[in-house]
Design a protein around this ligand. Sequence first.
Ligand SMILES: [Zn+2]
Length: 320
Amino acid sequence: MSQDDTNNTNGLEDILNEAASHSPQSAAVPTAPQPQTQVRKGNEVFSGNQPEPALSPQPDTNKQDLGFDIPIDSVPLPSAGLIYPVGHPFHLAKAAEYTAMTAKEEDILMSPALIKRGTVISELIKSSLVNKKVDVSTLLSGDQQALMLGIRMSGYGNVYEPQFNCPSCEAKNTVQIDLSEFEIKSLQIEPIEPGRNLFRFDLPRSKKTIIFKFLTVAEEEKAVKEAEMKKKRGFLKDNLVTTQLLNSIVAVDGDQNRGNIAKFVSNMLARDSMELRKYILKNQPSVETKFEFMCNFCDYAEKVDMPMTLEFFWPGSSDA
Ligand SMILES: [Zn+2]
C-alpha cells in the first residue's frame, strides 16, 4: 500500500523550500482555519467525565442510518487530526466517534479469514467507526491505538487482565490493568503546515534540516516486514531502527531523493541519529499504555508497557 507516498507529494517541494528558507509560516495555502494548539494535560481522556470533546468538523450524518440504538461514544485522537490533509475524514478532528461493540464486531474478531490476513483490527475499527469514509490504513498508529482502547472498553469494560511474564524472574503473573487510566499523549509540535504530516528537525551535529513524518499504521507494518526480511537475508540486526528512520525522513536539506536519503541515513552521525529518534519518539502522538507492574514472585516493581495478548479483545479466552 503506497497511497501515502502519493498523498504527500503534492506541493511538497514548495513546503520544503519554505522550510529551508526558515519561513515555514508563509506557505500560502489558504485551507482550513488555523487550529488552536490546545494543550491537553493529564488524564482527561478515558476517565469518563471529560468536557464534551469537540467532534469532527463533519457532523456525523450516519446516526439515523443505524436504525436502532447502538450507543455512540467518542475518543480523542492523539493527533487531533492536525496531520491529516484537507479532504481526509479526520482532517482537524479532535475526536473520533464509534459505536459500541456488537455481535457484528465479535464476528469480525473471530473470523478465521481476517485473522489469517492480519486485518482483524483494521476491520474491527472500520466496522465501529461512525464515519465510514475513514481508511484505517491512513491513520497514525497512535490514533488507531486510541480507537482500539475505546472500542475495547465499549465492549468489555475498563478492566483488562492479561498474563505478564516478570522481566526479572520470568514468572507468569496475572495483572489487572484499568484501561481508562491511560493518558493520551497528544501532538504538541506544529506541522510545517496545518493538515500536513510533515515536521522539521535540525540535526545538532551536521546542522542539516530534516523533514520527517509520523508513520501511519500501514507504513509501520511495512517497516516491520522490511526489517524482518532484511534480517532473514542476513543483514544487520538493528535494521528496524534504520528502516524506521529511513521511512520517517521525507527530506534532508530539501533533497527528497530516496536513494540519497538512504545513503544519508546509513552514514548518519550517531548523535544526530539518536537525537532525531528521540525527538520523533517524544513527540509521536500516542496513548501511553504503561502500567505499574509489581511481581508476585520477586521484588521487581516497574512501569512497563501493556502486553497486547488475546485477552485484549477476547476477555476470558484463557479460562474458557
Ligand atoms: Zn518477578
